[in-house]
Design a protein around this ligand. Structure first.
Ligand code: APR
Ligand code: PHB
Length: 389
C-alpha cells in the first residue's frame, strides 16, 4: 500500500494495516515537527475511542483524556440546556486533542519501525485506474517510484490524490460559510463541560484539552485577523457571549496559540477511483461545529482497512467495491449534523428577522423536546459503524 499523507487518517490506516500484516509506506510532504504543531479539534466519538483502543492506541487517551456525558448549549437570555449523550445513547465521548493522537500514532509507528517518509516532495499518484498503480515523488533530493497494489489518498483537503480522479467522474458538493472561528489555547483550567453559545454578538465555544489546558473559540468575520485580537480583547468578547455565571467561571490567562479558521462543508464523490481510495479530509470537510472532522477520518479508515483485510485475507473485493458508498453514508450524516449545528448556533450576517425567529424557535424546540434532544445526542455521539455486508 502507498499511503499519501501522514495526518491522523494516513498514520492510523498504516497502523491498522500493519496489525493485519499488510505493509505500507507513508509519504508525507511536511516535517514531523510541522504535523505535530497543528492544533485541531479534540472531541472523540465513542466509535473513534473504540477503534483507537482496539488498535493499541488507547493507553494515553484513557489516562489523559476526559470522558463526558454530554454537552451544554447556552443561549442569550434563556436557561441553558444539557444534551445528555450518555442518557440517550448509553455511551460517553472523550475530550482528547488531535495533536495527542498524532503523537501517539508517531510513537506507535516508531516502535514498529514503520516507513514514514516525511518531507516527500512532488508526490504523484500514477495509473490509479490500472491494475498496477504507482506513486512518484522526490525524497532528500532523489527521485523515487513506489509500485503498490493500492493507493490511499489521505492527504487532506489540499492534497493531490483527489485530483487524480478525472473531472468527468468526480462530483463535488460545497458550502462556504460567511464567518470564521478565532480559536485560542491557554494554560488555564477549562470549564467542566463543553459549552456552545448562541449570542447576538455571535457564536462562542468553551472546550478543553486537559485539566490545565483550555480551548475557546468565537465567531469572527471572515476578513478578520489575529492581529486585531490581543488576549485582553478576546477574553472580554468571549465572556460577553456567555451568561454571567459561566463568564465569571472562565479563567483567563495568556494565550499560547491563536488562529482563525474559515468554515466550509465539502464532499467529493466517489471516494474511490480504480485502485485509489480517499479517506479523511482528502474527500470531505466539515465546519468544526460538532467536531466531526477527525471522527470521520477514523470511520473512513476503519471501513477501508476492513475492506483491505478482506481482500488480502479472503481474496474478496466486495468491501472494497462498497467502500465509497458505505463511507459516504456516514460522511453525509456528519456533514448534515455539522451544517445543522452551524446554522443553529451562529449569527449569520444579513439574517432576516424571520431567520432569527426560526432559529430561536428551533433552539426552543431542541431544549424542550425529549425527541429532539435524543436525535441531537445520537448524532453528536456519531452514528454506529455499519456491519460488513
Ligand atoms: N503529498 C504528501 N502529503 C501531503 C500532500 C501531498 N501532496 N498534501 C497534503 N499532505 C499531507 C499534509 O501535510 C497532512 O499532514 O497530508 C496530511 C493530511 O492530514 P490532515 O489534513 O490532518 O487530514 P486527515 O489525516 O484526513 O485528518 C482529518 O484533520 O484537518 C483535520 O478536521 C480534520 O480532524 C480532521 C483530521
Ligand atoms: C475543540 O475542542 O477544539 C472543539 C470542541 C467541540 C467542537 C469543535 C472543536 O464542536
Amino acid at each position: 500500500m502507498a499511503i499519501i499523507g501522514g495526518g491522523p487518517a494516513g498514520m492510523l490506516l498504516s497502523e491498522i494495516l500493519h496489525r493485519a500484516g499488510i505493509e505500507s509506506v507513508v509519504l508525507e510532504q511536511r516535517s514531523r515537527a510541522y504535523v505535530l504543531s497543528r492544533i485541531r479539534a479534540g472531541v472523540l466519538e465513542p466509535g473513534t475511542v473504540e477503534v483507537l483502543r482496539q488498535n493499541g492506541l488507547g493507553e494515553r487517551m484513557d489516562r489523559e483524556g476526559h470522558a463526558h456525558d454530554g454537552m451544554r448549549i447556552v443561549w442569550a437570555g434563556r436557561a441553558s440546556f444539557f444534551i445528555d449523550v450518555k442518557k440517550h445513547v448509553g455511551k460517553r465521548f472523550m475530550a482528547y486533542g488531535q495533536t495527542n493522537i498524532q503523537e501517539d500514532l508517531f510513537a506507535a509507528a516508531d516502535r514498529r519501525k514503520a516507513v514514514v517518509l516525511d518531507e516527500a516532495e512532488d508526490v504523484r499518484p500514477v495509473d490509479v485506474a490500472s491494475d498496477k498503480p504507482h506513486v512518484t515523488f522526490r525524497h532528500r533530493g532523489a527521485s523515487m517510484r513506489l509500485d503498490c497494489d493500492f493507493i490511499a489518498g489521505c492527504d487532506g483537503f489540499h492534497g493531490v490524490s483527489r485530483r487524480a480522479i478525472p473531472p468527468a467522474v468526480l462530483r463535488e458538493y460545497e458550502k462556504v460559510y460567511p464567518f470564521g472561528w478565532l480559536g485560542i489555547l491557554s494554560e488555564t483550567p477549562p470549564l467542566p463541560e463543553i459549552v456552545y453559545a448562541n449570542h447576538p454578538r455571535g457564536f462562542a465555544l468553551a472546550s478543553m484539552r486537559s485539566p490545565t489546558l483550555s480551548r475557546y473559540y468565537i465567531q469572527v468575520p471572515l476578513e478578520d485577523n489575529t492581529g486585531n485580537w490581543p488576549d485582553e480583547r478576546f477574553w472580554t468578547e468571549l465572556k460577553a457571549r456567555y451568561p454571567r455565571e459561566l463568564a465569571d467561571a472562565i479563567v483567563t490567562g495568556p494565550s499560547i496559540e491563536k488562529s482563525i479558521a474559515p468554515l466550509r462543508s465539502y464532499v467529493a464523490e466517489p471516494m474511490r477511483h480504480g485502485r485509489l481510495f480517499l479517506a479523511g479530509d482528502a474527500a470531505h470537510i466539515v465546519p468544526p461545529t460538532g467536531a466531526k472532522g477527525l471522527n470521520l477520518a477514523v470511520s473512513d479508515v476503519f471501513y477501508l482497512s476492513r475492506a483491505l483485510e478482506a481482500f488480502y485475507g479472503r481474496g474478496s473485493s466486495a468491501l472494497l467495491d462498497g467502500y465509497s458508498d458505505m463511507a459516504l453514508r456516514r460522511v453525509w450524516n456528519s456533514v448534515r449534523i455539522s451544517w445543522w449545528l452551524t446554522n443553529l448556533l451562529h449569527r449569520f450576517p444579513g439574517m432576516s428577522e424571520f431567520d432569527q425567529r426560526a432559529q430561536e424557535f428551533e433552539l426552543q424546540y431542541v431544549s424542550s423536546s425529549h425527541h429532539a434532544e435524543a436525535a441531537l445526542a445520537e448524532q453528536y455521539a456519531g452514528m454506529p459503524f455499519e456491519e460488513a455486508a
